[in-house]
Design a protein around this ligand. Structure first.
Ligand SMILES: [Zn+2]
Ligand SMILES: [Zn+2]
Ligand SMILES: [Zn+2]
Length: 143
């Protein structure tokens, strides 16, 4: 479970000041452990939480290596917590994202690397994003 001291450390490392709102948003991610859209987060936050503030917090978290974008095939932008190797300068994500067709949650599978992509001559590689669909561990075990 995410505690305030963990959150403080994460924000400190990212060079961001600890505010109640930042801490609240971060806590949602550390508790849920799945990729979340802005709408998902709004559902969990107190109703008075300002949507523009949330939007700004998500962008600043992304910019400072706390969150990374997870592309969903439905076109919704989601975010997930970064590993320790991410920083303001660089995100390092060579992992697969998994979408469960039963619970529709998207998770980072940090231990599953995206295989090397060989491109034809003349093409320059920048980044590969991979979304794998199936049934997650939770759902397959509760069947
Ligand atoms: Zn990252
Ligand atoms: Zn599932
Ligand atoms: Zn991820």
């Amino acid at each position: 479970m995410g505690s305030t001291s963990d959150n403080k450390e994460i924000l400190q490392k990212a060079g961001l000041r600890l505010t109640r709102q930042r801490s609240e948003v971060l806590e949602v991610f550390t508790n849920k452990k799945t990729a979340l859209s802005q709408a998902d987060i709004e559902k969990v936050l107190p109703p008075q939480f300002d949507r523009i503030t949330l939007y700004r917090i998500l962008r600043s978290f992304e910019g400072s290596g706390i969150l990374h974008k997870v592309l969903d095939d439905s076109g919704t932008t989601r975010f997930a917590l970064c590993g320790h190797h991410c920083s303001e300068e660089e995100h390092q994500h060579e992992h697969v994202h998994f979408k469960c067709s039963a619970c529709e949650k998207i998770q980072c599978l940090e231990e599953v690397e995206i295989p090397q992509i060989r491109l034809p001559k003349g093409y320059v590689f920048t980044e590969a994003k991979l979304l794998v669909e199936g049934i997650c561990k939770n759902c397959s075990e509760s069947r």
